[in-house]
Design a protein around this ligand. Structure first.
Ligand SMILES: Cc1ncc(COP(=O)(O)O)c(C=O)c1O
Length: 403
């Protein structure tokens, strides 16, 4: 039995980094995740296909667990290979009309742009842009621009719950309310939030949500989840459907002849996109990691991570770093991003900190620290000591090779 404790790395005995604050990139697997993957693999090793029903039951449990994390029903949730698959599925299946407008945000991770650009090219759609940074720097003014864009007519808004580089928690609930008022749909890329920042798709008015398993959900790459609100699912065209998208997809395999048909109805819910065989090892990992998250509770994890940031931010600001963290708690997330002092940019600091046993990231020129539930509250002091040591040698040298 694996018992998670906030602030303890006891379930990560092989993690070979002094301070791991890179959960916004890839989480290391806990002992629970490792055991779950090995147990599933051993199950196939012992009994081959007879392991399959065990894994089908697991998929049901994982859909339920993920649905509960976001305030959804399990039937409105599908297991997908990655965040991008969620965008691509919806981009391919929405009943677009030529000239429909999609509202996108400059500064977004490309996974939440490219699929919509492809849909625009194929269906003759128009893309309308706002700047994500405006919502961090002057949220009220940016929301006025957002409302003005919706007023002119938008079919779909696609936004990240949390911006990957700055850690800005976008005002999803306000977006949802405005989308409802102006007849737009809201697609949320939640890979930078789900597992650390609470979200409720129903109260926030979210129509679609996609997230991958390897960051804040702490599973592995190659897994993800797609939520589709039931009324939105009813309107989708099944353009990504395959053999498992039909009602009773297995009957021809197990119930005798005469059942091999190609005209069975396609399920008109999120499960429509689960067309083929699943990543059973990744889903076993996800069940274990999400189990730990639920045991601690997302609210408690969020508070723990904010306490870590509360300790870290002033130490770095005192050393000349400029924090991107919003003063309004509603704009905060699991990520603390900063601009370093002096001329050495974030990549040089990233490399220098790695040399001191600290794993962080430097996306789009921000130094990004992303602690999760196992991170201890004494780590900020250790990072500050490493920063002092780097500054004492004249600062990070730009020529240091990134690890
Ligand atoms: C906001 C955001 N969306 C999507 C992704 C990745 O998408 P996928 O799961 O398809 O690799 C990342 C990071 O890798 C991200 O930060």
């Amino acid at each position: 039995m694996h018992e998670p404790t906030l602030g303890s790395r006891a379930l990560f005995p092989t993690l070979d980094v002094d301070v791991y604050v890179n959960h916004a990139a890839i989480s290391p697997p806990s002992a629970a995740v490792r055991d779950a993957v090995i147990t599933t693999l051993d199950g196939y090793g012992r009994q081959g296909v007879a392991q399959f029903p065990v894994e089908m039951a697991r998929r049901d449990r994982v859909r339920h667990a993920l649905a509960r994390l976001m305030g959804a029903e399990a039937v409105d949730v599908a297991l997908i290979p990655n965040t991008s698959a969620g965008m691509t599925d919806i981009a391919l299946c929405l009943p677009w009309q030529r000239g429909d407008r999609i509202l996108l945000f400059r500064g977004e991770f490309p996974a939440n742009v490219t699929p919509w650009q492809r849909a625009a090219a194929v269906h003759g759609l128009e893309i309308v842009w706002l700047d994500a940074e405006d919502f961090r720097l002057d949220r009220a003014a940016a929301l006025a621009d957002f409302e003005a864009a919706l007023r002119r007519g938008i079919r779909l808004v696609a936004v990240s719950q949390v911006q990957f580089a700055t850690g800005q928690h976008m005002p999803i609930g306000v977006f949802g309310a405005l989308c409802a008022e102006f007849g737009a749909e809201l697609f949320v890329d939640a890979i930078q939030g789900l597992g650390v920042v609470p979200i409720d798709v129903q109260t926030a008015g979210v129509h679609y949500l996609s997230a991958g398993g390897h960051k804040w959900l702490m599973g592995s790459e190659g897994t993800g989840v797609l939520y589709v609100a039931p009324e939105s699912a009813a309107a989708l065209r099944p353009n990504v459907a395959s053999w498992l998208s039909h009602d009773e997809p297995f009957s021809f395999l197990f119930e005798g002849p005469g059942l091999l048909r190609y005209d069975r109805p396609i399920v008109q819910r999120a499960g429509m996109v689960e067309g083929g065989s699943a990543n059973v090892l990744g889903i076993a990992a996800l069940e274990a990691s999400v189990g730990l998250l639920r045991e601690i509770g997302i609210d408690a994890i969020y508070d723990h991570v904010q306490a870590w940031h509360d300790a870290m931010e002033p130490l770095l600001v005192a050393r000349g770093f400029v924090s991107a963290r919003m003063t309004d708690p509603a704009g905060r997330s699991g990520t603390l991003s900063l601009q370093p002092p002096g001329h050495a940019g974030a990549p040089a600091w990233w490399a220098a900190l790695a040399g001191h046993g600290i794993s962080c990231a430097c996306p789009d020129g921000w130094l990004r620290l992303a602690p999760h539930w196992p991170n201890a509250l004494d780590e900020p002091q250790r990072i500050a000591a490493a920063v002092d040591a780097i500054l004492a040698t004249g600062g990070p040298r730009a020529e240091i090779q990134a690890p």
